[in-house]
Ligand binder design. Sequence first.
Ligand SMILES: [Zn+2]
Length: 235
Amino acid sequence: MALVSAGVALARAGLGPTSQVFGRFPYRAETTEPTVALTFDDGPNEPWTSQLLDTLADRDVPATFFQVGRCARRYPDVTRRVVAEGHVLGNHSESHAFTRYATDPAQRREVEQGRATLHEVSGREPLLYRPPWLCHWPWVLRGISRTGSQVVSGTFAHPLELLQPRPEVLVAGAVRRARPGAVLILHDGREARGGYRGSSVGAVGGLIDRLRDRGYSFTTVDRLLGVPAYAPATT
Ligand SMILES: [Zn+2]
């Protein structure tokens, strides 16, 4: 039983979005300014990512997209549109495969390959890295830092987002979790597989409007944390 509790505690320390036990794992900025960063993981995934980009353009809100290399190869034009419309492109691994976490070299390859794919597709080389499942076991954090990437966590907008509850449910959950400096996590895809994301995307307009009513403005993760989004362009 003690072993089970220790295992649960270890899993929480390594997978909990706000756990700092194994090293710095930023999930918000220290600020009192009512500013949040909206982030979208697991895209691009059509038609949802394009619909999301339309909503953000309508409301003139910048966001940060943590994309999977494999998905960017599937929809390269959508990845390019993210950058062209002033959003920030972050790296969310090449294949979003849990088995790649077992060893440092395997997961480091995921970081490097994801970054190289996104660079090839978009012309930008992302330095922000969000590990799939927010996994940040000690060797994972060490490996990410060795690639020169900045690890980024966040706060899940809603714990049941995966089940795609009605958009109003997601909006209410996200508004409850918003704080000055928060990095809110939503999904426009599912791992590297895609799938239905109509509720998540349908929630974004209402979420922006509700937060604006409360005095919030929106920024990107690099600006919020004061770190560079991309490696310097090589010419
Ligand atoms: Zn993910």
